[in-house]
Structure formats: structure tokens, C-alpha cells
Write a protein that binds this ligand. Structure first.
Ligand code: FES
Ligand code: FES
Length: 156
């Protein structure tokens, strides 16, 4: 079945079964491998992308449910003001260890800051609780989100 998916500002024509998870369209059809597979059951957050700005688990999002909504992936989040601030804060605080979960972490964190520019600890816990990190980078993730929230200049 043919679909026209809006991904990172471009429209892609694809031909897949309608129940194909978005994750596999991104990775296998479009070659965007920044979005990771972890559990395939909406339990780990590794596959998080934005759909119309909302952090969404792409492993359980069928391609036929997306319609004209705009998809943003880790490949393009740095082009947004909030994404740039998040990525800089991640680098400044050396958040990443193995890195496997971090695409999803950054996508959830950037969606949080767009909806709540100055999140409380409870807001951060609520928004990030579905993103699992086997390396235990949670403390640095929280620090980086707070630093990004305090940054007023793009990428500063
Ligand atoms: S791979 Fe989607 S939540 Fe784990
Ligand atoms: S940095 Fe290794 S799983 Fe999170």
C-alpha cells in the first residue's frame, strides 16, 4: 500500500503494509537508523520520535495511523532550537555512555521542553520515565534537561 510520509520536512513515498511499524519504515525503508529498536513493545523508549511534536514510540505506531502528521527523528532534532539546546547540554555534561538509548532520550527530552520550557523534577520524571537506560545515565540526563531549560540562546 502506498503512503506519503512527512519526515523531517520532506515527503517520502513508500509502499509497505499498512500495519508496518513506523520504526521499520524509518530504519529499513528510509535508511534513518538513528532511531533504535529496543523492545518493540513500547516499554523502553529507544524508538521515540515526534509525531506533530508529541514524543511517540515508533515501534508500536503503524504507518497507516500517521496520515499527514509531521514526523521528526533524531536526524533532524538538532535543527530545532530546543533540540539544539538539548544536544549541546548532552555534550557539555557528557551524558552518553554506550549511547544506545540516547536517541530516544533526546527526543523525549526535547518534546518535554517544548511543552514545558521550565520543567520541575516531577515533570522530568514523568516525561522521561518510559525511557530506559541500561547504563544508568539518569542523573546526568536530568542535569542536562535543566541546563537546556536555562539556556536562552539557541545552542548556548
Ligand atoms: S523499541 Fe519502542 S519502546 Fe522499546
Ligand atoms: S547510554 Fe547505554 S543504554 Fe543508555
Amino acid at each position: 500500500m502506498a503512503f506519503a510520509l512527512k519526515v523531517n520536512g520532506d515527503t517520502h513515498s513508500i509502499d509497505v503494509d499498512g500495519d508496518t511499524p513506523l520504526l521499520w519504515v524509518l530504519r529499513d525503508v528510509l535508511g534513518m537508523t538513528g532511531t533504535k529498536f529496543g523492545c518493540g513493545m513500547a516499554l523502553c523508549g529507544a524508538c521515540t520520535v515526534h509525531i506533530d511534536g508529541v514524543a511517540t514510540r515508533s515501534c508500536v505506531t503503524s504507518v497507516d495511523s500517521i496520515g499527514q502528521s509531521a514526523i521528526t527523528t533524531i536526524e533532524a532534532i538538532g535543527a530545532t532550537a530546543t533540540g539544539a539546546k538539548i544536544q549541546k547540554a548532552w555534550l557539555d555534561r557528557e551524558v552518553v555512555q554506550c549511547g544506545y538509548c540516547q536517541s530516544g532520550q533526546i527526543m523525549s527530552a526535547s518534546a518535554l521542553l517544548v511543552s514545558k520550557p521550565h520543567p520541575t523534577d516531577a515533570d522530568i520524571d514523568d516525561a522521561m520515565s518510559g525511557n530506559i537506560c541500561r547504563c544508568g545515565t539518569y542523573v546526568r540526563i536530568r542535569e542536562a534537561i535543566k541546563a537546556a531549560a536555562q539556556s536562552t540562546v539557541r545552542g548556548d
